[in-house]
Design a protein around this ligand. Structure first.
Ligand code: SF4
Length: 371
């Protein structure tokens, strides 16, 4: 069976009272990779030059590569390769194929990737098994050209949406790339387009004054406190994400960013006392957004494929993530074949983007409530 496997929520229902968990409040630590690589082509790009200056400003060790190929990334074993990769930022030019966009329903009309790879360490990571090679963060120096190419995908008479979080956490790398700000400014000038991003990081101050013109929806991935604590390494606490959401949603006259916002509740897991934990999360969300704002809510259940499970168990051999297949259901695509997608993601990946053939369509996210 190669399908995506989801867990049935009724298997873990319980009447036990939920333990009180004092919310953590820490911000995400700024990601400062040990290695920053620049390819020759990336340094030719004015936007690549800006990234070079950012890396210098953060006193990072910079290596100028002789060719446009990334080499020397694998370590002695999978764990070392993982550690090295998560400590490496490679600034490269996206290949010409990146100019051809892929649809990404239901998150958005199209995916537009400003980078691939993520500095965080979520033990259920959606990128496991879907990105090729070591999980290095590759940031695209030719971003302005990629953005211009998206204009051809705008459809007359409606606002076309572009998702930039399919393969990275855009806020987690923003201090070294400036790529998200570049996208927000660009789509702020496009009447027929909307930008969407989602993050588990909280450094949003540099976004507050950008001319987004209401064309960017800023979303945060949230989860029940025990899941975020246990499984989302390197990210901001849920409380810090809520405060970042509040900052971006507050009207400009009150000192906020005035953005349309959203929350992505993902991946939802039927942990013990899940009702209490998710209710507490929604109560905190309601308390955080105690003013009128333009808010969307997306919910995505936890799922994995045999391939992603293998990769995750190599990356996190001691994980407490429930990857048991017992009591789970196989998710099928609209043709009845097993879906190969792990999830449309916190990072907004969709089925069609994750299927190697591009032919698998993932059903609208839903929390499975029974057989
Ligand atoms: Fe993976 Fe998303 Fe977590 Fe990054 S934030 S490690 S891409 S699940």
């Amino acid at each position: 069976e190669t399908g995506s496997i989801i867990q049935l929520s009724d298997t873990l229902l319980t009447d036990q009272p939920a333990p009180v968990l004092q919310p953590r409040t820490h911000s995400a630590r700024l990601w400062l990779p040990k290695r920053v690589l620049f390819t020759p082509d990336a340094l030719q790009e004015p936007f690549g030059q800006q990234m070079y200056e950012r890396a210098q400003a953060h006193n990072l060790e910079i290596e100028l590569l002789k060719s446009n190929r990334l080499t020397g990334l694998p370590g002695a074993d999978v764990r070392e390769t993982y550690r090295n990769a998560k400590n490496t930022l490679a600034v490269v030019c996206a290949p010409p194929s990146a100019l051809k966009l892929q649809p990404t329903p239901p998150s958005a009309d199209w995916q537009m990737n400003l980078a691939e790879g993520c500095p965080a360490h979520c033990q259920y990571c959606y990128l496991a098994g879907s990105l090729q090679g070591p999980p290095v963060v590759r940031a695209y120096a030719n971003l302005p050209k990629l953005l211009e190419a998206t204009a051809a995908y705008e459809q007359a008479g409606r606002r076309t949406s572009f998702e930039v979080s399919c393969y990275t956490d855009v806020l987690g790398i923003e201090h070294l790339t400036g790529s998200l700000a570049e996208c927000i400014r660009y789509y702020g000038t496009r009447e027929g387009a909307q930008l969407r991003f989602v993050s588990k990081y909280d450094q949003v101050d540099s976004l507050l004054d950008l001319p987004h013109n209401g064309h960017t929806r800023a979303r945060f991935s949230l989860n029940a406190e025990p899941i975020a604590r246990r499984l989302e390494g390197g990210t901001a606490s849920v409380e810090a994400r809520l405060q970042a959401l509040r900052k971006l949603a507050l009207p400009r006259e009150l000192g906020g960013g005035g953005y349309p916002v959203g929350v992505v509740l993902a991946p939802i897991m039927p942990i013990p006392e899940w009702r209490e934990h998710y209710t507490a999360l929604l109560d905190r969300l309601a308390g955080t957004l105690d003013f009128d704002c333009d808010l969307t809510v997306e919910m995505i259940s936890h799922r994995f494929t045999p391939g992603s499970k293998d990769v995750l168990l190599q990356w996190y051999p001691n994980t407490s993530l429930d990857l048991e297949e017992e009591g789970r259901a196989v998710k099928r695509n609209k043709f009845g074949a097993p879906s190969t997608c792990t999830s449309p993601t916190t990072c907004a990946r969709s089925s069609s983007s994750s299927s190697p053939s591009g032919s698998v369509v993932f059903p609208r996210p839903q929390f499975s409530t029974g057989r």
